[in-house]
Design a protein around this ligand. Structure first.
Ligand SMILES: [Zn+2]
Ligand SMILES: [Zn+2]
Length: 198
């Protein structure tokens, strides 16, 4: 049975790998959490031509590099895989700089959004489904997670073989994820990508 999105204005099916239980997308999750409603064209502009023309509002979200809330999420792109938001090209370039940054980003983001312990293999499947990048093995998840565990963002619950489980346990407000990744990795993460450094 296909579960439908809980946003009353949406009837999309929920992908089993959605990061937002009961919602098809971050957009719909925020739409409900923020108590938003559809923009009514007639009310907003008072013109009869716009009767029946209603649209989903844009939702401001923080840039994943600089943290400024001047990015917008729209309903139409809100459930695309790999959806990530940056202010502009410059922030996007900075944000993704460094080897395997996307993998780091998605592993952390998934844990942070799901707010529950996730087994390494399941985590790898999530990354694949959300971002289309292959993390491969539980061992690779482990090696990426090491630095974040050391700094207290993630906790590892050791299981046998591939059952090692990870959970986002940091209670403060972290830097935007791409910036956090840079802080944790320093410039080491930029090896192999030096051509991008100004
Ligand atoms: Zn939805
Ligand atoms: Zn930015």
């Amino acid at each position: 049975m296909v579960q439908e999105c809980m946003n009353p204005e949406c009837s999309r099916a929920i992908n089993i790998w959605s990061l937002y239980p009961n919602y098809c997308s971050q957009y719909c999750h925020l739409f409900v959490v923020k108590g938003l409603s559809i923009i009514n064209g007639k009310e907003k502009f008072g013109t009869h031509q716009l009767v029946g023309f209603n649209w989903m509002p844009k939702i401001p979200v923080d840039c994943q590099w600089c943290g400024k809330a001047n990015c917008t999420l729209t309903y139409s792109v809100g459930n695309k895989n790999g959806n990530s938001v940056f202010c502009d090209f410059k922030c996007r370039n900075e944000g993704w700089k460094g080897k395997n940054t996307r993998k780091h980003y998605w592993l952390l983001r998934i844990l942070k959004e799901l707010k529950r312990p996730v087994v390494a293999n399941e985590l790898a499947r999530y990354v694949e489904s959300q971002a289309g990048c292959i993390v491969g093995s539980a061992r690779m998840v482990g090696s990426i997670m090491r630095a974040y565990i050391k700094r207290g963002f993630v906790t590892r619950i050791q299981g046998w073989s591939q059952n090692t489980t990870y959970e986002w346990t940091y209670e403060g407000t972290p830097a935007p994820l791409c910036k956090l990744i840079r802080q944790v990795r320093g410039t080491a993460g930029q090896k192999g990508n030096l051509s991008l450094v100004e």
